[in-house]
Write a protein that binds this ligand. Structure first.
Ligand SMILES: [Zn+2]
Length: 346
């Protein structure tokens, strides 16, 4: 990682019991030896107490890469808890490669998202995206969580919480702040239930947000965190578990790798990307781009409708200034249409 490359942070939100911890466990088991730090603000979820989130899956990870913010609601204690915790992780001798923040379903995601604009954080961290996990089986039964009473009980356990938002309002906030929605427990639903819930959630969320059905929290890392397998990375020999994992995928995804000439205008190009994300239901974009008459590389990352870009470092004299983009979407992407839209002929 180059010194100026920002560390990406993914916020995972959703009510107690929706399956956030299972998703995070799957990430850590399949993380290709990356150093992933966790900030956890769930109360009494399975896993934490059961010590299931023991380490990040890399031998360089230490105990302090997993931080539990157990006393207050993360959105109410941004200045006192969240920002100092992030700063401690960033100041580490070996900082994490990616940070996952698991919020309790009682937290409002919006104030947390705004915290990424604080100067201490913005210069070093890129908010990768907000992933909202919903409980498909509960939604089918007209509930927000499998055990709504348990969610309410946990509200009483929190020492510092400044809002009494009802579950319906919290759910609305989770959906409206989402860049991607995981419809978990899809194995408990039939096809028509999935379609119905999916349509409903896509109508209520910002344009460009895709709902992805999942079973047992199993999702590919490039989808949920934007972490593609990197062939130049030194990896441990893959365990058989890693390969089994791919066989369980019930959602078919497709990667497109597209090379384009140096950009004329960054702004025009980013607008085109946003249009492509909406029109082709793109889940993820990652790119290193060259811009006409600019000595710096432009890094572009997108999770659903959230598109981030920044300059990371100058092009080296021996590097070819060429733009490489990887897009991931549902199988059957129209490569020709996307290529023309990128060129502005779409
Ligand atoms: Zn709060």
């Amino acid at each position: 990682m180059s010194l100026s490359e920002k560390i990406s942070a993914t916020v995972i939100t959703g009510f107690l019991g929706a399956g956030k911890t299972t998703i995070i466990q799957n990430i850590l088991q399949n993380n290709d030896n990356r150093r992933i730090a966790l900030i956890i603000n769930e109360f009494g979820d399975v896993g934490i107490d059961g010590d299931l989130l023991k380490g990040c899956g890399n031998e360089l990870c230490t105990d302090d890469d997993i931080v539990e913010l157990a006393n207050g609601c993360i959105c109410c204690t941004v200045a006192d808890d969240f920002i100092p915790t992030m700063e401690r992780l960033l100041e580490k001798e070996i900082p994490p490669e990616h940070i996952i923040i698991e919020t309790s379903g009682l937290a409002l995601p919006e104030p947390l998202v705004r915290a990424f604009n604080w100067p201490e954080i913005r210069t070093k961290v890129n908010l990768d995206g907000v992933v909202t996990v919903v409980d498909g089986a509960a939604l089918k039964d007209g509930q927000f969580a499998a055990d709504e009473a348990a969610v309410e009980t946990h509200r009483q356990m929190i020492e510092e919480i400044d809002h009494e938002s009802p579950l319906s309002e919290l759910f609305e906030d989770q959906i409206e702040t989402a860049d991607m929605i995981i419809l978990n427990k899809a194995d408990l639903l039939d096809k028509s239930d999935i379609e119905k819930i999916r349509d409903d959630l896509e109508t209520r969320s910002p344009e460009g947000v895709t709902v992805i059905p999942s079973q047992n929290g199993e999702l590919r890392l490039e989808v949920i965190l934007g972490l593609w397998e990197n062939s130049t990375r030194a990896t441990r020999p893959s365990s058989s578990h890693h390969h089994d994992h791919d066989d369980h995928d019930h959602e078919d995804f497709e990667n497109l790798h597209i090379q384009i000439p140096p950009l004329g205008s960054r702004e025009v190009f980013l607008n085109r990307l946003s249009d492509i994300i909406r029109e082709h239901n793109i889940l993820r974009i990652k790119g290193i781009l060259a811009e006409d008459n600019k000595p710096m590389r432009l890094i572009v990352q997108a999770a659903g409708p959230r598109v981030n870009s920044y300059y990371d470092r100058p092009w080296q004299t021996d590097e070819q200034q060429i733009s490489n983009l990887i897009l991931i979407g549902h199988a059957g992407l129209d490569r020709n249409a996307i290529v023309s839209a990128l060129a502005g002929d779409g």
